[in-house]
Design a protein around this ligand. Structure first.
Ligand code: FEO
Length: 401
């Protein structure tokens, strides 16, 4: 069976699609699946770049063999050790016992720890290179994009950056693997959801990596997830998206997140949203935390500048799902957001106090005093909701000039 695998020159795509897994890392829904991308350079010295989740080894190996037949693989470059990419190292080593694994000091430590694999190693540091014949591979250490051992490999012959998780996206590849042969529109939102949930905590390391790559001439981005980017417009868009996301840049709009048991706190959220619209804010995203998956909430918070959080008091604390999402936000060390919050209670007022703690910890700019409601909505409660909506809209509109 001969599938098309060629990207450019003698660089091939040998990745696989996962349409089975429901949750990536056991946490993040995969409605459209995910791809685990691996690449093969069929040069004098055959080089494989990263592997795939071990569940897909058989398909992976067939693809490799469709390119090189019975030839051996000489080098296996490991850019990233998370098991969605490193999972097949042990089996590759069994099929190709003379393979030389290329990685940095931390890579080898993890290979032995995860898989008990030892053997001949080619240790690289930042700025090192390896000639494989026609191709020359340059190594850039990019720690914490996404793990400490993460590095990128640049093929200066075909100007391909093998970027690991950077520039990746959720979404399996439905037929073609190269961007110019597909409609890529379905990947943009998933790229934000992928970045914000998986890499979102590491804005500063991503910035350092982008700085390191700024003078590198890139004609192909070969990430470990999603399409291979070759169209210059797409390359520019992908890099610019990663730049904006890692700087926590955002656009005008408000995400309202709330928890509710019987609809009373929800009524506050609706009142706030309605007034935001009256004030001319067009992008208003409401998430009922009981229903929205946290990964979509986090992605929207990465997109928009305004955040309004509401919670009833529950067992003398925040509503649990709101508590969890606030912890997700803090874990990502998000910056530069405008914040307002509201709460409700039946006999003991606690939720607004906990939301005030979040306001302090997040260092977001608080735009209004909180709205707080006892039992159900009355005129005074409604007016408080209108007030925080107006304050948020005013703050956002100040940035228009
Ligand atoms: Fe796709 Fe951090 O692994």
């Amino acid at each position: 069976m001969k599938q098309n695998t060629l990207i450019k020159g003698n660089v091939h795509y040998v990745g696989v699609n996962d349409r089975d897994k429901h949750l990536f890392e056991g946490l993040w829904p995969l409605p459209n699946g995910v791809s685990y991308n691996s690449y093969l350079i069929d040069d004098e010295m055959v080089t494989l770049i990263d592997t795939v989740d071990v569940c897909y080894f058989e398909i992976f190996h067939q693809k490799i063999r469709s390119v090189i037949g019975d030839k051996p693989i000489n080098y296996l470059v490991i850019n990233h050790m998370e098991p969605d990419h490193s999972g097949s190292i042990k089996l590759i080593k069994e099929y190709y016992p003379d393979i030389i694994i290329v990685g940095n000091k931390q890579t080898f430590n993890m290979i032995e720890g995860f898989y008990g694999v030892t053997g001949e190693q080619y240790l690289v540091k930042d700025g090192d290179f390896l000639a494989t014949g026609k191709h020359k591979l340059h190594f850039y250490m990019t720690p914490m994009v996404h793990w400490p051992e993460t590095m990128m490999t640049y093929d200066s012959t075909d100007k391909v950056i093998f970027s690991g998780d950077a520039f990746g996206t959720f979404g399996a590849l439905d037929g073609p693997f190269v961007d110019v042969k597909m409609n890529v529109s379905k990947y943009w939102d998933e790229m934000i959801r992928y970045y914000s949930n998986i890499v979102g905590k590491y804005g500063s390391p991503v910035q350092k990596a982008l700085e390191k790559l700024k003078d590198v001439k890139i004609e192909v981005i070969a990430s470990t997830h999603g399409p291979v980017w070759t169209d210059p417009k797409n390359i520019e868009r992908v890099v610019s998206m990663y730049n904006d996301l890692s700087l926590y840049n955002s656009k005008e709009g408000v995400v309202i997140i709330y928890g509710t048991m019987y609809g009373n706190t929800q009524a506050m959220a609706e009142a706030i949203a309605s007034e935001l619209a009256e004030q001319g804010i067009k992008d208003i995203i409401i998430h009922n935390s009981n229903k929205s998956d946290p990964s979509y909430i986090i992605a929207d918070i990465f997109k928009y500048k305004g955040l309004i959080v509401g919670s009833p008091t529950y067992n003398g604390q925040l509503y649990p799902r709101i508590d969890a999402i606030l912890s997700d936000i803090l874990l990502r060390d998000m910056k530069n957001r405008y914040l307002a919050y509201f709460g409700s209670f039946s006999w003991a007022s606690v939720s607004v106090k906990r939301l005030a703690d979040f306001a302090t910890k997040s260092k977001f700019e608080l735009v209004a005093d909180p709205a707080e409601m006892k039992h159900a909505m009355k005129v005074a409660d409604f007016d408080q909701c209108v007030h925080i909506a107006k304050c948020m809209a005013d703050r956002l509109k100040k940035d228009r000039n």
